[in-house]
Design a protein around this ligand. Structure first.
Ligand code: PMP
Length: 405
């Protein structure tokens, strides 16, 4: 089991105050805080080892290159990929999805083709596909929900066909917390030879991910939601796709030879890593992986489920509160509204009590429109949150209701 107090002492920001109150940080879905091991790694690199990678023969450059490639190996092990050739470092989930939408999209999507997305996608996994479909005169097909936050799996079956070029779906919704049955969706898609992109931004932090078991074609996640640095993320892609996809950006580091007439490209994965990589971010991400592996993803998942269950129990006991997303398979995300109270007001008053939650459309406007709301309040739990903090959220909610209800 996890020693939460010990874990909390690894995250310096958790002992700070906001508005004179101890910080209760419940906005982990937006970004997670960083443990000392990540902060120290970044600091060490900047103070003692910084040099550009894949370039110099000098000591610092070689040391940084080795750590960068070690970080890539850590990702391979952590998500059980087949090889480092499948791991492209990007600036984050958004950058990884744009890479696929642009490179795969340009090569394989033609007029009249279809891309299947879902109504619960984050804008990151919606807008790039909408833009691609506009560019190519293709059709975006949007799978709806059934009941309380589940995808309509029959609609996948209905939409899928000869025209489909790709299915793209979040493994875990950043709004509803729903853990989608991506394995089933992938099996269905593959039976039609259709590739699947899984947006793992919200899933990789809450549970063990296994690329070989999942068998998706593309998987994306961000370092900063993962207790790692900002500006770094991962695109996992099967080699068979990266081999046939054109480069996304052109420049240094992604080339093999350049002449005035022509250019040949570097081997995978560097073909997709043009320019100076965020090597300090990647090495910091490697440190975050080491930290999470030390705690064990199964332990983290189990603990966060306890926090979620408590939050649901307290929500059930709170009059005038509506929870959005009550499906059985959920990650530690609780989105809600209080009767007659605007979500911004709820967020602002909670902030005065030191409680950080997210408010607004949560980068999922199509879903908000679908659910008939303009925004929600979202509390999202991380591995360092405590049951006392969940209770503090509900004490805060009561105060908001007393003030504005
Ligand atoms: N997808 C999902 C499900 C997310 O929750 C987020 C971040 N909120 C993103 C994509 C985008 O991640 P980033 O901003 O790190 O690129």
């Amino acid at each position: 089991m996890l020693d939460i107090q010990k874990i909390r002492s690894d995250f310096p920001i958790l002992s700070t105050t906001v508005c004179g109150k101890p910080l209760v940080y419940l906005d982990n879905g937006a970004t997670a805080q960083k443990p000392n091991v990540v902060i120290d790694t970044i600091n060490r690199l900047h103070t003692r080892q910084n040099a550009n990678i894949h370039r110099g023969v000098h000591y610092l450059s070689e040391a940084c290159t080795e750590e960068y490639e070690n970080a890539r190996r850590s990702v391979v092990t952590f998500i059980n990929a087949n090889s480092t050739r499948e791991i492209v470092f990007t600036a984050g989930t958004t950058a990884a999805i744009n890479l696929v939408a642009s490179s795969f999209g340009d090569e394989f999507v033609q007029e009249g083709n279809e891309i299947i997305v879902t109504i619960m996608e984050h804008h990151s996994n919606f807008v790039p596909w909408q833009a691609l479909c506009r560019r190519k005169n293709a059709r975006l097909r949007v799978v709806d929900l059934t009941g309380d936050g589940d995808l309509d799996l029959e609609q996948f079956q209905e939409f899928i066909g000869e025209k489909t070029r790709l299915i793209t779906v979040a493994q875990t919704s950043n709004v509803l917390g729903t853990v989608n049955p991506v394995s089933d969706i992938i099996k269905l898609a593959h039976s039609y030879n259709i590739p699947v992109l899984v947006d793992g931004a919200q899933s990789v932090v809450h549970s063990k991910i296994d690329m070989q078991a999942l068998d998706c074609d593309f998987f994306t996640f961000s370092g900063h939601k993962f207790y790692g640095p900002t500006g770094i993320g991962v695109l996992y892609a099967k080699e068979k796709w990266l081999d046939v996809m054109p480069p996304y950006q052109y420049g240094g580091d992604m080339v093999a030879t350049v002449t005035v007439e022509d250019t040949t490209f570097a081997d995978l994965p560097l073909k997709f890593e043009a320019g100076t990589a965020n090597y300090i971010g990647a090495i910091g991400l490697g440190a975050a992986i080491g930290y999470l592996e030390g705690l064990g993803m199964e332990n983290i998942q189990q603990y966060e489920q306890e926090l979620l269950q408590l939050a649901h129990k307290l929500a059930d006991e709170t009059a005038g509160m509506t929870v959005y997303g009550r499906t059985k398979r959920k990650a530690g995300i609780l989105s809600f509204l209080l009767d007659g109270i605007h979500h911004y007001d709820t967020g602002m008053i909670l902030d005065k009590m030191g409680i950080a939650v997210r408010t607004g459309h949560l980068c999922a406007e199509p879903l908000m429109t679908y659910m008939g709301v303009t925004g929600l309040v979202r509390a999202s739990f991380g591995l360092y949150n405590t049951k006392e903090e969940v209770q503090a959220l509900f004490d805060g909610i009561k105060k908001v209701q007393q003030m504005l209800g």
